[in-house]
Design a protein around this ligand. Structure first.
Ligand code: FAD
Length: 467
């Protein structure tokens, strides 16, 4: 019988498989996706948030435990478990040497991401290179990997794992790590979680999924039905505004449109609905998906002029371009009269100031609702550009409750041989909100932990079986 069964094929699963194998256990990994789509959302990532007390290779200055914790506390509004959060934070300060040993390379942040140069270590070649390096290392160490192997259900005896069912097959193992993502790819479940709004719309029907199509939440649902303890709100997720032309799945990072703070955002009725200049974009980009989701038709339009060009990372799709504002309104399919009224009101409300996109400057509107509190400049210089945006779900936060041993809990009791890692438990640390790079910090910390604990449980049981 295999010692450790790992369900999933992204960062958390790979960290678990590698650690379990390094601890001397035999490991089988079951990945839903075919080989060419392996790696889940992890293939799209760029960086990992890391605590450090002094400058390190690609990380500047220091990012102490307390500051990381305060950042997490702020973004989650307290919806976090301090003990587990601190476990993640501390683990982020020591994991990179281990990652390097398994072939992951780091690079300093480049133009456009310099605000993260102190806190986040970037992966050379992005998540795809990280995932490929881990698979190569796993293969070298003798981890067995099976692709096209979605697990449909688990066989449990109380809180103990007995076997997994994949297709018609029953696979026994001494212990198991669940690392198979959230339910963000499951459109029916998103629909149920978001429900119907007061306009009779089902907002989730207009969501796009930024990552993999394989995180259908099959085992999350199965474990909920089996009585596992859960944590988090199903409607909470990391959700950003992305180009409406993005594909339904796997558009990745390049479909994000980062010019909202440089322009205005309109809804389908050509009305503004939120302060585009409330705070720096890295602190605000993750709220815009939800804001757009609350608008009629779940669509928003970001409008900029020539002055914004060159000040944001160019997205993969070019904006709709026009030489006049009425022409832009028509090209975007918006009501021209309403559009011109909103733009004229906005332009008239902009007070003179000293524009500086690197600070919370004094360019603000006066007498306008909602206000634009920073970087407000009239949109008056052709060419004008518009981007239609949709909510883009990154990952959901509903997950399995866990503890500092990464154990799955059933009826309040930690399982002795069933563990969980990654998105499937991220809600323990991230009840709401987000801070860049923490998804990988959580997955790496808990993946490694779950792998070690699963190996220890399996090897203990192996000794008992042999005795
Ligand atoms: C576009 C994008 C950019 C991102 N950028 C960053 C970033 O820079 N930094 C950061 O920290 N986070 C980032 N994230 C979030 C990050 O991807 C996740 O936090 C992290 O990768 C989760 O790892 P995971 O292993 O839990 O899930 P995943 O990587 O999604 O892996 C889940 C795996 O489980 C498999 N699976 C699902 N169901 C089953 C089943 N029933 N049986 C078998 N296998 C199954 C899937 O095929 C997949 O391989 C980004 C996400 C996206 C979409």
């Amino acid at each position: 019988m295999i010692d450790v069964l790992v369900v999933g094929g992204g960062n958390a699963a790979l960290c678990a498989a590698l650690m379990a194998r390094e601890s001397g256990a035999s490991v089988l990994m079951l990945e839903s996706a075919p080989r060419e789509w392996r790696g889940g959302n992890s293939m799209h990532v760029r960086n990992l948030r890391c605590m450090h007390d002094a400058p390190q290779d690609v990380l500047q200055d220091a990012y102490p435990e307390e500051e990381f914790w305060q950042d997490l506390l702020k973004v989650t509004g307290g919806a976090t478990d301090e003990q587990l959060a601190r476990l993640v934070i501390r683990a982020s300060s020591t994991c990179r040497d281990w990652m390097r040993r398994h072939g992951v390379h780091f690079q300093p942040s480049l133009a456009g991401t310099l605000h993260l140069s102190r806190t986040n270590a970037f992966f050379m070649g992005g998540g795809k290179a990280l995932v490929n390096a881990y698979y190569r290392s796993a293969q070298k160490l003798g981890v067995q990997v099976r692709y096209d192997s979605p697990v449909d259900a688990l066989e449990l005896e109380g809180d103990r794992f007995v076997a997994a069912r994949a297709g018609g097959e029953r696979i026994e193992a001494r212990s198991c790590v669940l690392a198979c993502g959230g339910f963000e790819s499951n459109r029916e479940w998103l629909r149920e979680a978001w429900g119907q709004n007061e306009r009779g719309e089902w907002p989730a029907d207009n969501f796009l999924i930024r990552g993999t199509r394989f995180n259908q939440g099959v085992l999350l649902r199965h474990m909920i039905d089996a009585g596992a303890d859960i944590i988090g709100d199903p409607s909470q997720s990391h959700c950003v505004a992305i180009d409406a032309r993005a594909p339904l799945y796997d558009g990745g990072i390049v479909t994000r449109v980062d010019c909202v703070s440089l322009g205005v955002m309109l809804n389908r009725d050509a009305r503004r609905f939120y302060d585009e200049g409330e705070d720096f974009w890295p602190k605000r980009y993750a709220i815009w998906g939800r804001l757009v989701a609350q608008q009629p038709g779940q669509i928003g339009y970001c409008i900029i002029d020539n002055k914004a060009l060159g000040r944001f990372m160019p997205p993969v799709f070019p904006g709709v371009r026009a030489d006049t504002l009425p022409e832009l309104a028509r090209a975007l399919g918006l009501d021209e009269t309403a559009f011109m009224r909103t733009l004229e009101d906005f332009n008239a409300a902009c007070r003179p100031g000293t524009f500086d996109h690197t600070v919370l400057d004094d360019c603000a509107t006066a007498g306008l609702a909602p206000p634009k509190t920073h970087w407000a400049r009239p949109i008056d210089t052709p060419p004008f550009l518009g981007y239609a945006l949709r909510p883009g779900i990154t990952f959901t936060y509903l997950g399995l409750k866990t503890n500092e041993d990464a154990a799955v809990h059933v009826g309040g009791r930690p399982s002795g041989n069933l563990f969980v890692a990654g998105e499937m438990m991220a809600g323990n640390v991230l009840g709401q909100g987000y801070t860049a790079g923490v998804g990988m910090s959580i997955g790496t910390a808990f993946g490694r932990l779950a792998g070690s604990r699963a190996a220890a449980a399996a090897l203990r049981e192996g000794v008992h079986a042999a005795a």
